[in-house]
Design a protein around this ligand. Structure first.
Ligand code: PSU
Ligand code: MN
Length: 303
């Protein structure tokens, strides 16, 4: 039985009922990750790319106290423009829903909801991770904890260097989360194709990835899988260009005492500002690349 607070869009429900491929999409990227109107435009285009690659998109958000799995264009537009929309990780959902609020769902919340709805694969830009300075701040994203206990595959473009990438990979190892780079030996760093660190595993085709997901599921580990898909060559940023801006953004956050759930949105906005929109362009390109891969994996999973 699905909880009564879950509103699954008819297109998504019929795909699930008929065993057709579905890809979940998060919404914090819309509410807190990108500025308006690029956020709505991207959300709409990304759904089209999922469809073009043979799957049904299911963008997930909290709308007026209920969880929506699959959003109309109007709902997307409202979510992107309404005031008081919160950033909800899994732990925030109950309180936001109780007061009838609306929220963008982070990777952790979206994974939880996808699992409830029976969706096995989910695509986004970047996942949260272990922040730089976590030795002092303890700032480790709930995304990593959720990956350690919810059996949903997340396709991302690796981890941004606003985070401590080596510590993030250590944490995923402890949590028993398989980390697979798509068509690359290196673990990607969001804006760039390599973080300078090797990925644990490399798989090259959506069919292989679907097979790994199926085997991992049968092993009963109960953990998610992280598929790290490098940004396309043509859209990748020069590390020399972006790394300095990331360092400046992190320094500004520390100076201004930004912490907890405000930190990631602050850093994203700051980097966008400092780069004159170049980081946003790369972000949009890599999200599109990720949803296309996720749709092809979803199709291979159902084949
Ligand atoms: N990274 C991005 N864009 C985003 C996010 C991360 O490049 O929009 C969002 C995702 O929703 C992710 C969340 O789940 O930030 C992580 O937040 P935190 O670091 O507070 O756990
Ligand atoms: Mn955090």
């Amino acid at each position: 039985m699905k909880p009564e607070f879950l509103s699954i869009h008819p297109d998504v429900q019929s795909a699930l009922d008929q065993g057709r491929p579905v890809v979940a999409l998060e919404s914090t990227i819309i509410t807190h990750g990108m500025p308006y109107p690029a956020n709505v435009r991207t959300a709409i285009e990304v759904e089209e790319i999922v469809r073009a690659n043979g799957a049904v998109p299911a963008t997930i958000a909290v709308i007026d106290g209920r969880i929506a799995v699959g959003l109309s264009t109007d709902a997307l537009e409202n979510l992107a423009t309404a005031s008081g929309v919160v950033k909800a990780s899994g732990r925030d959902l109950a309180a936001v829903m109780t007061r009838g609020g609306s929220a963008g769902t982070t990777v952790s919340a979206t994974m939880r909801i996808a699992a409830l709805a029976g969706i096995r694969i989910f695509a986004t830009g970047g996942v949260g991770g272990v922040h730089r300075g976590a030795q002092e701040t303890f700032d480790v994203s709930a995304d990593l904890v959720e990956l350690g206990r919810t059996a949903v595959t997340v396709v991302c473009a690796g981890v941004k260097s606003i985070l401590d990438i080596p510590l993030t990979l250590e944490y995923l190892e402890t949590q028993r989360v398989p980390v697979i780079a798509a068509g690359s030996d290196d673990f990607p760093a969001f804006y760039t194709r390599s973080s300078g660190l090797k990925a644990d595993h490399r798989l090259d085709t959506p069919e292989e990835m679907a097979r790994a997901i199926a085997i991992h599921g049968q092993l009963g580990t109960g953990t998610g899988i992280l598929i790290a898909n490098p940004i396309p060559e043509a859209d990748a940023l020069d590390p020399a260009f972006i790394d300095g801006m990331i360092a400046d953004a992190v320094a500004a956050a520390t100076e201004q005492g930004i912490g907890r759930k405000e930190l990631t949105p602050f850093l994203l906005a700051r980097i966008n500002e400092l780069s004159g929109g170049t980081s946003l362009k790369a972000n949009i390109a890599l999200v599109k690349n990720n949803v296309a891969l996720a749709a092809r994996i979803a199709a291979a999973l159902e084949a």
